[in-house]
Write a protein that binds this ligand. Structure first.
Ligand code: GDP
Length: 508
């Protein structure tokens, strides 16, 4: 019997405390022994991924990683999503690979822009959410205000599971609304060191709040949560260790195990014997010594065994997966077996791409991993014309990883790259220089947006492309793309060609 799996991600706005909480989850889950090892801005994080210069320069986490820990017989796979808003596309894809999410909110700030965007993605895929209101050891907004904001902005029922006994200077612990016990701060650090008050006397104002809260909000309902209609809310302080053990416990008790995944010809249930999975992320050059790349695959069904042959649906021959990688905290470990919900890293030389389905028989295809229409287009200007080949390789590689999209115009030789956020442009230039030794610049492109085009009748598509050749390009997979000067132009052209579909996302 395998242990139950909980595959989840943390969504939050930058600075809400995702890194701190991740570190504490790993610590409480027994995966690391020294707090501080996952810290984003210090020496430690640098050691973990110094292959990416930009990460150091900006002090932010650009790439996602996977961390696995076990607690009380449950295996947790935590997929780290980049917090920076410019990396939304990568983040969206990571969210396709989880079964639930933890939403971290800063008690002083409430729901912020990035939290909301990420929440919308979770909602699209009915990913259930546990809310963690962080930093109650500091002055924050009143709990009622925060709960009402979550309920209003996200249109969710909220079920408070715990309650802060004061905040900031008045913080005296966290009341567990189920057991009635209070975890107390201790010592100079005012952290949670294990002191639990079984029969607490609450200050009168807090007792009144709690009474009101229990009468006023929904009681926890496991089914409503798993349907994505209700979020249980925990108050805590990742920094001071409040609420972290409770959060792990909640994931373990309530978060859904691996769910059936959307696929053609039919959704794939985890009980299915055949090994299937999909690639949601590809990362190149994790180890600067080797030009390797790792495809991150979420296993959807079957028991994966090392050395197994898997076939990417739609292209390529079966590949034998001899050295799959599991991610236990910072260490890469070689996996012998993996189960539905697990993430495995598959080293390869560029055969595997984001969106690929891998399976034993190559007769399924997972759906729903979108490419997003880029919002910023730039023309790539090569400084040394003898480097054309290297440039093409670099652009293809990065498109494959999902860092940027690349479009090859039908006419002319100015390649165009597309991104959803400004920071991706910096990443592109920095990597061109550091990894591919290509000096290039970016110039404004005569286009502002792009749409994938399709039509039921190929003749309609061809007619459109013939007339609009100067605005036509191919993406990395040879799909036709219409480059437009503005969103308005897309609308205008779409009206004139009703049989052609202009698509802002392309599902692979
Ligand atoms: P991220 O950007 O969401 O990953 O946030 P970090 O985990 O890096 O935290 C941002 C800042 O908030 C850091 O200075 C943390 O030390 C601080 N922080 C995180 N959690 C808490 C908390 O529970 N209480 C307090 N007072 N500060 C916190």
């Amino acid at each position: 019997m395998t242990s139950p799996r909980r595959t989840f991600a943390i969504i939050s706005h930058p600075d809400a405390g995702k890194t701190t909480l991740t570190e504490k989850l790993l610590y409480f889950g027994g995966a690391i022994h020294l707090a501080g090892e996952v810290k984003a801005r210090g020496q430690n994080r640098r050691a973990r991924s110094d292959w990416m210069k930009i990460e150091q320069q900006r002090g932010i986490s650009v790439t996602s990683s996977v961390m696995t820990f076990e607690k009380d017989g449950v295996t947790f796979n935590l997929l780290d999503t980049p917090g920076h808003e410019d990396f939304s596309e990568d983040t969206y894809r990571t969210l396709t690979a989880v079964d639930s999410a933890v939403m971290v909110i800063d008690a002083a700030r409430g729901i912020e822009a990035q939290t909301r965007k990420l929440f919308e993605v979770c909602r699209l895929r009915s990913v259930p959410i546990i809310t963690f209101v962080n930093k109650v050891d500091r002055e924050g907004r009143p709990p009622f205000e925060l709960l009402d904001e979550i309920a209003d902005i996200l249109a969710l029922d909220v079920a408070p599971m715990s309650w802060p006994v004061g905040m900031g200077g008045l913080f005296e612990g966290i009341l567990d609304l189920t057991t009635g016990k209070v975890s107390r701060p201790e010592g100079d650090s005012r952290a949670f060191l294990g002191k639990i008050d079984d029969a607490p006397t609450l200050p009168a104002d807090i007792a009144e709040e709690v009474e009101l809260a229990q009468a006023g909000y929904a009681a926890f309902d496991g089914e409503a949560y798993r349907n994505g209609d209700l979020t249980p809310v925990y108050f805590g302080s990742a920094l001071k260790d409040f609420g972290v053990a409770e959060l792990i416990d909640a994931l373990s008790r309530h978060a859904p195990p691996p769910r059936p995944q959307p696929a053609e010809p039919a959704p794939v249930a985890p009980e299915n014997k055949e090994v299937t999975g999909f690639v949601f992320k590809v990362q190149a050059n994790m180890d600067p010594q080797h030009r390797d790349r790792i495809a991150f695959m979420r296993l959807c069904s079957g028991t994966f065994k090392r050395g197994m042959k898997l076939t990417p649906t739609g292209h390529g021959k079966p590949i034998a997966v001899h050295s799959p990688i599991l991610f236990f905290a910072q260490n890469r470990e070689v996996a012998d077996e993996a189960f539905p919900g697990d993430i495995i890293g598959i080293p390869n030389h560029g055969t595997l791409r984001v969106g690929d389905t891998l399976s034993e028989r190559a007769d399924v295809r997972f759906t729903g991993l979108p490419n997003f229409a880029p919002e910023i287009l730039r023309r790539v200007a090569l400084k040394d014309p003898t480097k054309t080949k290297q440039l093409r390789k670099a652009l293809d590689d990065m498109a494959e990883e999902g860092v940027t999209q690349v479009f090859y115009p039908e006419i002319g030789s100015n390649w165009i790259i597309g991104v959803v956020g400004q920071l991706q442009l910096d990443v592109l230039l920095s990597r061109l220089d550091a990894e591919y030794k290509v000096a290039a610049g970016l110039e404004p492109a005569p286009f502002d947006t792009a749409r994938w085009i399709a039509a039921d009748d190929p003749a309609d598509l061809k007619a459109f492309m013939d007339v609009n050749r100067s605005a036509m390009a191919k993406d990395r997979d040879d799909n036709p793309v219409f480059l437009a000067k503005s969103a308005w132009e897309v609308g205008y052209v779409a009206d004139r060609y009703p049989k052609v579909r202009f698509l802002a996302t392309r599902e692979r």
